[in-house]
Ligand binder design. Structure first.
Ligand code: ADP
Length: 303
């Protein structure tokens, strides 16, 4: 079936990790979409089949807080992924100095992020590349996770493109220690970084290298002890660090409520086995206590 002719290509929206993203219109329905052109490069043809099979699984992920993969087709040696078009993203919201984010607004953005994650974790799909510019925001204020599963499908982006350094700031300590058997906890850590960023209005742990990233993490939460994280010493890149005590979390987030601080602490747990799950986080009293999360269409957004 000829899919490429179905869409009318418009302007370039941006250059992403895997290739160019275009705005396009579905000629039949008039629907505006975003088409992500993924360079498959010098990979063997067999890889295309594997990718397409996995893409098929991604197409079955359907949730209000997940960006929908509408279509996927190979064209001129590139893989084209067609997504629903989104107006803005959480990075733009956080950065916009004209926007005031109330505690209820922050709660709403975090809740939508965790809802999208919980849906995917339930289906055993990890995101692995959570960061504010991967959290897209639609016309009714709905936040939707983008790029689900792509990190695993097309390889860790940071090894391929240098502009991906930002993803480091959201990386869980087990990844920084080189673990190969990571789980859903990596997405929880990244979501915690995004939570912190919503509160601070700037990226929380801005490491300039992987080593520096660990340093930033330790400075914020203290160096992990063997009793806090028994498996740490077995991780491939584990090295012993000079002891740093943990400052009170409250001092890092002076404006946060007690409930918010309690949830942050549980999401930033060092041992991935002891870290709160996405589902448990959604059941935390932070989300049921006042102020209740803002209704999405009432959320402040850039004009
Ligand atoms: P990165 O890999 O750096 O996260 P992406 O490949 O996701 O970047 O996106 C590149 C650009 O395309 C960004 O500016 C992003 O805002 C835009 N974009 C990506 N997906 C969509 C979408 N579904 N709707 C609108 N714009 C999008």
């Amino acid at each position: 079936k000829k899919v490429a002719g179905k869409y009318l290509k418009r302007e370039i929206l941006g250059e992403g990790t895997y290739g160019v993203v275009y705005k396009a219109i579905n000629k039949e329905t008039g629907q505006t979409v975003a088409i992500k052109k993924i360079r498959l490069g010098k990979q063997k043809e067999g890889v295309n089949f594997t990718a397409l099979r996995e893409i098929k699984l991604l197409r079955e992920l359907k949730d209000p807080n997940i960006i929908e993969l509408i279509d996927a087709y190979p064209h001129k040696g590139n893989l084209h992924l067609v997504f629903e078009f989104m107006e803005t993203d959480l990075e733009a919201v956080i950065r916009d100095r004209n926007l005031f984010l109330s505690p209820a607004d922050i709660k709403s953005y975090l809740q939508m992020t965790l809802k999208g994650l919980s849906y995917c974790h339930k289906k055993w799909v990890l995101h692995r590349d959570m960061k504010p510019n991967n959290l897209l925001i639609g016309p009714n204020g709905q936040l939707k996770l983008a790029d689900f599963g792509l990190a695993r499908l097309f390889g860790s982006p940071d090894r391929r493109f240098t502009h991906q350094v930002f993803a480091r700031w959201y990386r869980a300590p087990e990844l920084l220690f080189g673990t190969k058997q990571y789980g859903s906890g990596v997405d929880v850590w990244a979501a915690a970084c995004i939570f912190a960023e919503l509160l601070l209005r700037r990226p929380f742990l801005q490491g300039s290298s992987d080593i520096d990233q660990l340093g930033k993490v330790f400075a914020a939460f203290g160096t992990p002890t063997a009793s806090q994280w028994p498996d740490m010493v077995y991780l491939p890149d584990y090295v012993e660090y000079q002891y740093v005590p943990a400052p009170p979390l409250r001092s890092l987030f002076p404006m946060a409520s007690d409930d918010a601080i309690d949830l942050i602490a549980k999401m930033f747990t060092y041992d991935p086995k002891a870290r709160i799950s996405v589902l448990q986080a959604l059941e935390h009293r932070y989300f049921s206590s006042a102020p209740l999360p803002t209704i999405p269409n009432k959320l402040p957004r850039p004009v």
